[in-house]
Ligand binder design. Sequence first.
Ligand code: IMP
Ligand code: MG
Length: 184
Amino acid sequence: MLSHRILFSEAAIAARVKALAEAIRRDAPHTAPVLVGLLTGSFVFIADLVRAGHRLGLEPLVDFIAVSHYTHDCQPAGTALIYKDVALDLRGRAVVLLDDILDSGISLRAARDHLMGHDPSWLRTCVLLDKPARRVVDLHADYVGFEVPDVWVIGYGLDAGGAGRALPYIAALDEPPPGRKPTT
Ligand code: IMP
Ligand code: MG
């Protein structure tokens, strides 16, 4: 396993996920919003968020979208590509778009703009982690779990070149990964 140091323990993450579920429960116009996760990194976060929400009376629908701002041969594409769309009909629905980490903001902005085209009645963005130092587009998530410095983080769904997703906590790599991997 890559050398790392823990930033957020399982207990700390669980407490923040519960607080995010409470905020969504409070703000969403009804108890069945559609939670749309950005693949792949959000899958652990969304799994815990739906169960934290259930304990608060939320019965969300779940769908996923995949965006990359890299092409399949790992060249920067310049613009973000939507390569998997939602299956659900979002017209008139309340939607929360979720990602593991907000970095440059290119992926989340592209996904948000794309979902707006599906005509939801209400749309909010929620990220577990926010790395504002790397932002290149003017974007703020509506709900943020934790702010992180400009370090490469792994665990709780986040990876470095495919490794580290299964760690139950969130950790910073001691050595940054070589180059920036294609991110999804
Ligand atoms: P953005 O479009 O640059 O904001 O990219 C966001 C995506 O990059 C996230 O969904 C993650 O998949 C990935 N990413 C950004 N920073 C990290 C990190 O520190 N660790 C793991 N993945 C990251
Ligand atoms: Mg991602």
